[in-house]
Design a protein around this ligand. Structure first.
Ligand code: SAM
Length: 226
C-alpha cells in the first residue's frame, strides 16, 4: 500500500493578491490536486499564479462520497491542498468539516497548515481591543438563535469577533445597539486588504450613520465594562 499523502490547508488572500506567500505558491505547485470551495473563485488565483492543476470542489453541500473520493486519493499517496474562497480554510467555512471527516476515517492523516490571511484575526489586529483572550462567534444566525447570539455579544467580558454580510450589517448593528446601547466600542472592518478597505470605529449608532453598502464586514466588539 502507498504511503499516505498529506493534506495541506492553504490560506489564500482575503482580497489582496500581494498577500500571496511564496510557500502558498510552492505548495499549490507541488500537490497533484487542489480542493476548492468554489473552483470559479479559486481559478482566478491559480491563473494569477500561472498554476494549471486539476481541481475538485468541496463545499458545505458536498456528499460523503466526495470525502471518500478525496480519502482514496490520499491513500494512493497523493498530496492534496485545500483552499476555500478566501482566507484560512476551516474558519467559518467548510474546511473543518472535511478535516474532521477525513481524520475520522484515517487518524494517521498528516494535515499541514499553510498559514496566511484570516479576516477575523486581521480585524482583531487593528481593533486596539484586548486580544489576549477573545471570543470568535462566526456568522450571526439569520433567524433562529439571532437574539441569543446578540445577547452573548452584549454580555461578553472578552473582545468578540464575528462575521456579517453587507446586506445584513445595518440590521445587525441596529439590533446590537438596542441591546448594548451607545457605550460599547465597535471596530468594523470593511473590505480588509482591498482597494476600498475602511476601518470604522465608534458606537453602533455612529457606525449606522456611516455604513451603507453590500461589502464584506468583520465586526469586533469591545468587552463589556472595558
Ligand atoms: N475563512 C475565512 C477567513 O479566514 O477569513 C472566512 C470565511 S467566511 C465564509 C467569509 C466572511 O469573512 C465574510 O462574509 C466576511 O464577514 C468575512 N470577510 C472575508 N473577507 C473579508 C474582508 N476582506 N474584509 C472584511 N471581512 C471579510
Amino acid at each position: 500500500m502507498a504511503n499516505l499523502g498529506k493534506l495541506y490547508i492553504v490560506a489564500t488572500p482575503i482580497g489582496n493578491l500581494e498577500d500571496i506567500s511564496s510557500r502558498l505558491t510552492r505548495i499549490l505547485n507541488e500537490v497533484s490536486l487542489i480542493l476548492c470551495e468554489d473552483s470559479r473563485v479559486s481559478i482566478k488565483l491559480l491563473n494569477h499564479l500561472g498554476i494549471k492543476k486539476p481541481t475538485l470542489s468541496y463545499h458545505q453541500h458536498s456528499p460523503v462520497s466526495r470525502t471518500r473520493e478525496i480519502l482514496a486519493r490520499l491513500q494512493e499517496g497523493e498530496d492534496l491542498a485545500l483552499v476555500t474562497d478566501a482566507g484560512t480554510p476551516g474558519i467559518s467555512d467548510p474546511g473543518n468539516r472535511l478535516i474532521n471527516e477525513l481524520l475520522a476515517r484515517e487518524p494517521e492523516l498528516v494535515v499541514v497548515p499553510v498559514p496566511g490571511p484570516c479576516a477575523a484575526i486581521t480585524a482583531l489586529s487593528v481593533s486596539g481591543f484586548p486580544t489576549d483572550c477573545f471570543l470568535f462567534l462566526g456568522f450571526v444566525p439569520h433567524k433562529n438563535g439571532r437574539h441569543k447570539f446578540l445577547h452573548s455579544v452584549a454580555e461578553s467580558e472578552r473582545t468578540v469577533v464575528f462575521y456579517e454580510s453587507g446586506h445584513r450589517i445595518k440590521k445587525t448593528l441596529a439590533q446590537l445597539g438596542e441591546i448594548v446601547g451607545e457605550e460599547r466600542k465597535i471596530c468594523l472592518a470593511r473590505e480588509i486588504t482591498k482597494k476600498f478597505e475602511t476601518i470604522y470605529r465608534g458606537s453602533t449608532v455612529h457606525l449606522l450613520e456611516l455604513v451603507d453598502d453590500r461589502r464584506k464586514f468583520t465586526v469586533v466588539v469591545s468587552p463589556k465594562n472595558n
